[in-house]
Design a protein around this ligand. Sequence first.
Ligand code: 5GP
Length: 179
Amino acid sequence: MNTIQIADKKFELLMENETINKRIRLIGIQLNVDYEDRCPVFIGVLNGSFIFMGDLLKEIEVPCEVEFIKVSSYRGTESIGTIKEVIGLPENLGNRDVIIVEDIVDTGITIKHIIDQVYLQKPASVKVCSLLYKPAALRAPVEELQYTGFEIPNDFVVGYGLDYNGLGRNLKEIYRAIL
Ligand code: 5GP
């Protein structure tokens, strides 16, 4: 179906599941090359990254560890601007190669906050891997954002882990809100 309704909002198909999975396989190949002979720790940002994290990790062939952090900063389709840590970072990131896995980088405020917290533990390296990225919404460049799945327009999207008021995370495809 190309158009769906979630609560009070209509959404149209933006990306098929197969398109998403093909791109994730390529990101996996790139990570396997870049982290050869290393043992990175992947930190997924809950809740939105859970499906991406699962599919991405299946492509990773280097030894690695997996952790999650949970932050909440959004209500509905608009930012409320404050970041609340619900599950904090692991405390053993000193000298580790850290890869933060996000569903989407929008303004970049959330990821910047997490990156700053990771640096406090003096890791060997910090990179960000985000499935989606909205260049038009980014407030300031994020140097660590080195792996991105797709650049998308400045629209609100749901599916493949991303929600609208808690709904839609289970959709296999990604949809964008119709104004
Ligand atoms: P930022 O701090 O970069 O503005 O936003 C990051 C977080 O906001 C994401 O992890 C995600 O939870 C939420 N977010 C940003 N844009 C969207 C969107 O288009 N759809 C959904 N469902 N969440 C979004």
